[in-house]
Design a protein around this ligand. Structure first.
Ligand code: TRP
Length: 348
């Protein structure tokens, strides 16, 4: 889908002049623990935004889990663990609204008018959907797989979020949300001509993408990632098994040496130094020295977060209460937005 007028995305280091003027929404599927790619790709930015006083909504996309599998396995457990990862990373439930979208009926109802605003052809050429279909273990692609980007537009627009911190792979979905907002506003303006929905922008991480230990996209479901909550030994084992290449001298060259460069980058992010400096330091040490450095850097950087996580993990009741409080706040907003939608459509 293309937009008529360009709405350019932002990167995390772009200054946000008036934090209070924005509402941020982002989310994750509860399919497993969050990993280092999530942390450097988006979690860290969410916490920074929260700390700068931007209003934050963090959504657990539990319905999205059944886009590429028949059953949402251990859904309650994964959902609670996602909240655990959020809190451990520094999201504060007093300032950020953390909720599961299945607990917000009015949000889901927005899917109906929104689906009428996109064509079947547009849905079937979404590149992220195509990629997910390619990696899906299902024999047949289900209807929710095609419509979930529209559902995601409902996730964003129900609270009229204008900034969406996401990874590069989610840009096609942002485009769907913008298209829907634009078409809805054109078709159903308020009586005074004003628009119901903002046109949301992506807020991209400045950190280049980390690869999984197999050299592919780092993913919860592909078993190629170090999770935030991993022990130090697990971390060492996973990094030891990472794919590298035969060249002894370590360099940072993402185009020609993607696997080695991703490891160098990970160490650099943890040490808050440049990847070039890390590569220079390891020099002729080869893959073994590189992996040692990466393991130590990760374990050191994540030690405080992991300690917090272990402590929070002892109180499951608190995690569930965070979700209940978040759902109550999200429902109040979703009900108001749905009432507005039904009104401009002439349904009331
Ligand atoms: N599709 C996102 C993912 O797989 C999760 C998600 C669902 C999301 N709804 C969202 C992200 C709304 C941003 C905004 O990671």
């Amino acid at each position: 889908m293309t937009t008529a007028t360009a709405v350019s995305d932002l990167t995390a280091s772009d200054p946000i002049a008036d934090p209070a003027a924005h509402r941020v929404l982002t989310g994750d599927r509860p399919t497993g623990p969050l990993h280092l790619g999530h942390y450097f790709g988006t979690l860290q930015n969410r916490v920074r935004l929260q700390d700068r006083g931007v209003e934050m909504f963090v959504l657990v996309a539990d319905y999205q889990v059944i886009t590429d599998r028949d059953l949402a396995d251990r859904l309650a457990e994964h959902t609670e663990n996602l909240v655990l990862d959020y809190l451990a990373a520094g999201l504060d439930p007093d300032r950020a609204t953390i909720f599961a979208h299945s607990a917000v009926p009015a949000l889901n109802q927005l899917l109906l008018p929104f689906l009428s605003l996109v064509s079947v052809a547009e849905l079937s050429r979404n590149p992220t959907v195509k990629d997910e279909i390619a990696h899906s273990s299902q024999a047949a692609v289900n209807g929710l797989m095609f419509t979930y980007p529209v559902h995601q537009a409902a996730d964003i627009l129900f609270c009229k979020a204008d900034l969406v911190p996401v990874g590069q792979d989610q840009l096609p979905h942002l485009e769907v949300a913008r298209t829907i907002a634009r078409r809805f506003n054109e078709r159903y303006p308020h009586a005074d001509g004003s628009a119901v929905f903002p046109r949301p922008k992506a807020l991209l991480s400045d950190a280049p993408m980390l690869l999984g230990t197999d050299g592919g996209k780092m993913s919860k479901s592909r078993g190629n990632a170090v999770s935030l909550g991993a022990t130090e030994d697990e971390t060492a084992r996973i990094i030891r098994g990472a794919k590298t290449d035969a060249e002894r001298r370590i360099s940072y060259d993402p185009a020609n040496r993607p696997e080695v460069s991703s490891l160098v980058l990970l160490a650099a992010l943890c040490q808050e130094r440049t990847p070039e400096a890390i590569a220079e330091e390891i020099g002729d040490g080869g893959a073994a020295a590189l992996k040692r450095t990466v393991t130590e850097s990760v374990n050191e950087y994540f030690r405080p977060l992991r300690a917090r996580r272990a402590e929070l993990a002892t109180d499951r009741g608190r995690l569930r209460q965070v979700l209940r409080d978040g759902a109550a706040r999200a429902n109040a907003i979703a009900d108001a937005t749905l009432a507005e939608v039904r009104e401009v459509m002439g349904a009331i």
